[in-house]
Design a protein around this ligand. Structure first.
Ligand SMILES: C[S@@+](CC[C@H](N)C(=O)[O-])C[C@H]1O[C@@H](n2cnc3c(N)ncnc32)[C@H](O)[C@@H]1O
Length: 289
């Protein structure tokens, strides 16, 4: 009985804290299409090969084991918060455990990033927001030949990420520590031509748009940009709408947790897709037609 009330209490707190996200998810769900309603051959193939990719690679096990170890790691870090902060804590002292549990992209989506890199084979990858290195490892391990640069502002978090790269022998990752305002221009001029960017750092509107415009100067028609947490706040939703409207953007895919941006010139008319896994809308598989 006591246990039930406690769970209900946690559920109510969760719902109150996440009201914005719950509302946005319901709207997303109502308009999202499954692959059975996609007519663009490029997007259809991408959905089959990436979004609905059910393959499990050996490396997932290594990275997920590392995630479990980090989520039990009680070491305390002095955190330099340079971004829009966190929905859950404002303290400057944080344990590795709490970062691993709240600031790291969930496995379902890091595995989506792995599939995306595995399928698109970008040669140069940039990640803004390393944290403990979990998403970096997924992207770097998807293609060991790719050059990966990842940027992190907090030196103590960056040191843990560096340990993790060494432990998993990810030799294609270069970690640059410092505020994005310094490290982003350095990374871009080092890479020159940028094939892929994962934006997962500062979740403020102006900062996100500023990073987008800086990276765009080094992008080409085959580049792909991935934005994390596009529904995280009203600000992030506004940033996402401005990115979609940019004249160089020809195709976007919204999968709720992330937004993917393409610049393909073959795409004559600009298109925006909102996509969902088919099992989440089973009636759209055609069983009931
Ligand atoms: C959400 S976490 C990244 C999670 C990581 N991509 C993953 O999924 O494993 C965002 C990180 O960006 C860093 N960050 C935020 N704003 C920054 C800034 N202006 N300069 C440098 N780093 C920043 C934070 O310190 C934090 O570790």
């Amino acid at each position: 009985m006591g246990f039930g009330i406690w769970n209900l209490h946690k559920l109510i707190i969760f719902a109150l804290v996440n009201t914005h996200l719950i509302q946005q998810y319901l709207r997303y769900y109502a308009r999202a299409r499954t692959r059975y309603r996609v007519h663009s051959p490029f997007v259809f193939e991408l959905v089959n090969e990436v979004l609905e990719d059910e393959r499990y690679f050996y490396v997932f096990e290594d990275i997920e084991r590392l995630r479990v170890n980090l989520s039990r790691d009680k070491r305390m870090l002095e955190v330099t918060d340079l971004g829009a902060g966190s929905h859950t804590t404002k303290s400057n002292q944080r344990s590795v455990q709490s970062i691993a549990r709240s600031a790291v992209t969930p496995s379902r989506y890091t595995q989506f990033l792995f599939s995306l890199v595995h399928y698109l084979k970008p040669k140069t990858l940039l990640e803004m927001g390393t944290s403990l290195g979990i998403s970096t490892l997924y992207q770097a391990k998807a293609d060991g030949r790719a050059q990966v640069i990842t940027l992190e502002g907090c030196p103590e978090i960056a040191a843990i990420a560096q340990e993790n790269f060494k432990r998993l022998k990810a030799n294609n990752i270069e970690l640059m520590t410092g505020d994005f305002s310094n490290t982003l221009p350095q990374a871009l001029s080092k890479m020159q031509r940028i094939d892929y960017v994962f934006f997962d750092g500062n979740h403020r509107k102006m900062a996100t748009l500023n990073y987008f415009h800086q990276a765009l100067k080094y992008a080409h028609e085959g580049s792909v940009f991935v934005f994390d947490d596009i529904y995280w706040s009203e600000e992030m939703m506004e940033a996402w709408e401005e990115i979609k409207a940019h004249p160089q953007v020809t195709l976007t895919i919204d999968i709720f947790y992330m937004g993917i941006v393409f610049f393909r010139k073959e795409q004559v008319t600009k298109e925006h897709f909102t996509l969902i896994d088919s099992w989440k809308k089973p009636w759209s598989m055609g069983f009931f037609n």
